[in-house]
Design a protein. Structure first.
Length: 213
């Protein structure tokens, strides 16, 4: 337990969840619709950054199978190992997106599916701004979150303790546009994870583009 105290809370949580997380969220049609939106706009062989890549499915798998060059980044060594085995056509790196060296303008697209929720609001703002900069001008970003006004709220997620910070929908959209991204489309939906004791979760998907100037 002492060792866990020196690790990112997200790493501890997702090491424990492993494939259970994928199974709980596998039926999200909104997530798959979001990936289809992105695939319809990417040039062949695009370079895509998948932030909080988890088990690699569905995001990295879908993009890799379509011929894109995917780099997945996750703080959980268990998730990186699972993703590397499940999606051999993509590359996965163990690391924290808050400090990982990334060149500006080096990606054609960035995916951020529910991977900010264990960061503070200041960290989320800084990460989104940084990810906007690693996009090439005209590149695409797809972000998904749980649009609730929560700050450092303790609770349970799939039976594991978790501390969650999030924004109301309008505030999260303002954060994204303030980072220099234009929201082209959005979807609000409610999803119930396939897990005992799960409750309906509001989900917000923002489909964005970095300005070409």
């Amino acid at each position: 337990m002492a060792e866990d105290g020196h690790r990112a809370p997200a790493a501890v949580l997702f090491d424990a969840l492993g494939l259970d997380y994928e199974n709980a969220f596998a039926a999200s049609e909104a997530h798959r619709d979001s990936l289809r939106w992105l695939l319809d706009r990417l040039e062949p062989g695009s370079r895509v950054l998948d932030v909080g890549s988890g088990t690699g499915r569905p995001t990295a798998r879908t993009l890799s199978d379509a011929g894109h060059r995917v780099l997945g980044v996750d703080v959980s060594p268990v998730m990186v190992d699972v993703a590397s085995r499940q999606v051999p056509g993509a590359a996965f790196r163990l690391g924290d997106i808050r400090g990982l060296p990334l060149d500006e303008g080096s990606f054609d697209a960035v995916c951020v599916y529910f991977s900010l929720l264990q960061m503070s609001r200041a960290e989320q703002s800084a990460v989104v701004a940084r990810l906007a900069r690693v996009l090439r001008p005209g590149g695409y970003a797809v972000l998904a979150t749980v649009p609730l006004d929560l700050e450092a709220v303790e609770g349970l997620f799939m039976g594991r303790p978790v501390r969650v910070t999030s924004f109301a929908a309008g505030d999260f959209t303002a954060l994204v546009t303030g980072a220099g991204l234009t929201v082209l489309a959005q979807e609000h939906t409610v999803f119930v994870p396939a897990h005992p004791g799960a409750v309906p979760e509001p989900h917000l998907f923002l489909h964005c583009r970095r300005g070409s100037g």
